[in-house]
Ligand binder design. Structure first.
Ligand code: ATP
Ligand code: MG
Length: 410
């Protein structure tokens, strides 16, 4: 496993203009090769600062990857900075200059004088051909580190990573295994508390936690010859503790898991939404083939529609209000029968920012669930602003359905 540092170069990365997507892209590549990124550094288009960043990175990591600053203009100084770090001069690379000339000729454009700058590379090292742009990439040895210089244009980075880096950054011989266990309905700190014993009894596995509301993820990481088995054992132990709170792993998506279950048991669902404005139905219908499991639904925002379209009783609305157990239950039962589905799901709540009260504060949400024989509703209090409350409510609605169906035999 090689240690890697990534240097992102460009004034625009330090002024709020450009988000550094190149570094994350390179992270994923490095990770897929079985190596480890230990640090990201961002530096402005300043020759001294870039040279120093190269020297520092090379002194503490085995591989250094940089992007940016290879353009034809005076403010792109990465090659000069690398030469400075190497203690050598720049030289004109004739094949690169010829390639740049050809490129312009094939586009029927005149090459300008400053493009010659893009053919200037350090005397020590090797040019890497870049067929997706004019600036070449470059590699050299700096101290103990292998350095790769890439352009800043994301499309060019992708091309070079796909075509030129794989054979230059071989796959690590050491086995690395990862697994992401996905959880709904359990907060991060509660999650850690619940699996504390599993963490303690699996010291060879590294545990990490990631929140992506309303989901929480437990990340497992292990290296070595036994890593796969260690990860499997740890996952089994986590699942044993968390039970139904785990909805999937790695690439599983909540709505996909729900969809597969409905498909497997050959049942359909209909949805009545108030405060989520259709988000649950949008999520279900984002999957191809959803007509197999999704009958349809209603966005019933006004009380009037809740009565007329879903059969919610006027007395329930008057006595308990739209955000209540009774109304959530009647919405779920109503949409189920109106749409002719096996299951009815409903959501009604206070997404705010206005409308909260002491007994129904902002974030109060009722989720309802109905089958042919039973109806129930659950009360929640979700955190955040309007957007977050809506997103969490939609996710928890899908999750309620998933939990109800998990016990249903195929
Ligand atoms: P080329 O010589 O191929 O034109 P370059 O090395 O000169 O590339 P820059 O001029 O630094 O690249 O940047 C080109 C474009 O790429 C700009 O639009 C810039 O915002 C974008 N870019 C640069 N660095 C990054 C980065 N780290 N993440 C995402 N975009 C970036
Ligand atoms: Mg630049």
């Amino acid at each position: 496993v090689a240690t890697v540092e990534i240097i992102a170069i460009g004034d625009e990365l330090l002024s709020g203009e450009t988000v550094d997507t190149n570094s994350s892209f390179l992270d994923a590549f490095v990770e897929s090769r079985g190596h480890r990124v230990l640090r990201h550094v961002s530096v402005p288009d300043d020759e001294g600062a870039i040279a120093e960043a190269f020297r520092e990175a090379a002194s503490r990591t085995e591989v250094v990857l940089s992007t940016g600053g290879l353009g034809p203009t005076q403010d792109d100084v990465t090659m000069g900075a690398l030469a400075r770090a190497l203690g050598c001069e720049l030289r004109l690379d004739e094949p690169t200059l010829a390639a740049i000339r050809d490129r312009y000729r094939s586009m029927n454009r005149e090459m300008s004088e400053n493009n010659i700058r893009q053919a200037m590379v350090p005397e020590v090292g090797e040019v890497i051909e870049n067929r997706s742009g004019t600036a070449p990439a470059f590699t050299c040895q700096l101290g103990m580190a292998k350095v790769f210089i890439l352009p800043g244009v994301p499309r060019e980075v992708r091309w070079l990573v796909a075509h030129q880096l794989p054979n230059r950054l071989p796959v690590s011989a050491v086995q690395i295994w990862r697994r992401t266990i996905k959880v709904m309905g359990v907060g991060e700190s509660q999650l850690e508390t619940r699996i504390r014993e599993v963490i303690r009894t699996h010291p060879e596995v590294r545990f990490g936690f990631r929140t992506s509301l309303p989901e929480n993820h437990v990340k497992l990481f292990a290296t070595g010859v036994d890593a796969q088995q260690q990860i499997q054992d740890a996952e089994e132990a986590v699942r044993a503790v968390l039970g139904l709170d785990v909805f999937g792993a790695d690439d599983d998506a909540l709505v996909g898991v729900l969809f597969s279950k409905l498909q497997a048991i050959g049942r359909t669902v209909a949805v009545a939404e108030s405060c989520t404005g259709g988000r649950i139905q949008a999520a279900i219908t984002s999957l191809a083939g959803s007509s197999e499991v999704f009958r349809g639904g209603v966005v019933a925002y006004s009380n009037d529609l809740k009565k007329r379209m879903l059969g919610v009783r006027p007395s329930s609305l008057e006595a308990f209000g739209a955000v209540s157990e009774e109304v959530a239950s009647e919405m779920a039962a109503g949409v189920r029968s109106v749409c002719g589905a096996d299951y009815g799901l409903s959501v009604t709540g206070v997404a705010g920012p206005e409308g909260g009260s002491s007994d129904k504060p902002l974030g109060t949400v009722w989720l309802g669930f109905a089958t042919a024989t039973e109806v129930k509703a659950h009360r929640f209090l979700f955190p955040g602003d309007r957007e977050l409350i809506q997103a969490i409510a939609a996710g928890m609605g899908l999750d309620l359905l998933r939990r109800e169906l998990m016990g249903v035999a195929i």
